[in-house]
Design a protein around this ligand. Structure first.
Ligand SMILES: Nc1ncnc2c1ncn2[C@@H]1O[C@H](COP(=O)(O)OP(=O)(O)OP(=O)(O)O)[C@@H](O)[C@H]1O
Ligand SMILES: [Mg+2]
Length: 262
């Protein structure tokens, strides 16, 4: 069906929305792949009630190997400007081509982690960005399959081109000034991204609702999710998200409409 990229500022609820969406889509019979491309957070697998899989980065020889290839590509005098492009994937992958030892599966959801920073001082995450970009561009999804990408905080992925392999961008906003500013920035970027961009207003209450509604284009709001005590409690205790929100069902309908259920 489609590849959905979830982004937004730190702590706005990206992983929560990604996990809730994955579970709701699996319940509807979709085969779901969740890609954890956030190198520094370790929460998503818990929200899904799953173990953290081994980094896909290791399948390609590990971070050092990818970094070395990036370095060589930088030094290549024929290289085009922009983020380094190295060919990690020789061919397109279907969901069945992903090596099983790098996936954890449960209840119709497969979880893949691109690469985590496991040790303090491990340094830059750009190898993860390059691998995420390559992976998304080379993943083919069939009907009744969906890929959900949980990203790290901010909008840097846009600069790295991670969004190029996606079909739709979901921007999660929480009731903070920073989120509102970021949504404006993404709105400006949206034209150049050439991908449909939708906003999810999250952690909304009576006080924040109007301010948040006024800050984004109404037609592109794909969901308004209130502060939810069960979600909050799961976040506090590190437990699996076992919550069904009607707003997530509505979101699935919006996504289905965008692609005509393709
Ligand atoms: N609608 C909601 N109601 C109550 N709490 C929420 C809601 N959405 C998210 N939270 C809580 O907010 C916190 C941050 O959520 P989450 O980890 O999903 O954000 P994130 O954007 O993925 O953060 P990071 O940038 O660190 O990856 C969590 O404790 C989560 O339980
Ligand atoms: Mg997160």
């Amino acid at each position: 069906m489609m590849k959905i990229m979830v982004c937004g500022k730190g702590g706005c609820g990206k992983s929560t929305i990604a996990a809730l969406l994955a579970k709701a889509m699996a319940n509807r019979g979709y085969r779901v792949l969740v890609i954890d491309s956030d190198e520094s957070n370790f929460g998503l697998h818990r929200q899904l009630g799953m173990e953290l899989p081994d980094d896909l980065m290791n399948y390609f020889g590990g971070k050092k190997v990818i970094l070395e290839r990036m370095r060589s590509s930088f030094q290549n005098p024929n290289a085009k400007s922009g983020p380094p492009k190295i060919e990690i994937f020789d061919e397109m992958w279907t969901l069945d081509d992903i090596p099983r030892e790098y996936l954890v599966e449960k209840n119709g959801i497969m979880l893949l982690a691109v690469g985590k920073i496991h040790e303090f001082g491990e340094g830059c995450a750009c190898a993860m960005g390059v691998l995420s970009t390559g992976m998304l561009e080379h993943l083919k999804v069939a009907a009744k399959e969906v890929v959900i990408i949980d990203t790290d905080a901010g909008v840097e992925h846009f600069g790295r081109g991670v969004e190029q392999g996606c079909d739709i961008v979901l921007v999660v906003m929480d009731p903070t000034f920073e989120s509102l500013m970021l949504s404006k920035k993404i709105d400006e970027l949206a034209g150049s991204i050439k991908k449909p961009v939708y906003f999810i207003l999250n952690k909304v209450d009576d006080e924040s609702r109007q301010v948040m509604l006024a800050s984004v284009d109404e037609d592109r709001i794909a969901g308004i999710i209130p502060v939810n005590n069960d979600v909050f409690r799961a976040g506090l205790t590190g437990k699996e998200l076992d919550v069904c929100l009607p707003e997530i069902d509505e979101l699935i309908n919006v996504l289905g409409g965008e692609k005509g259920g393709k």
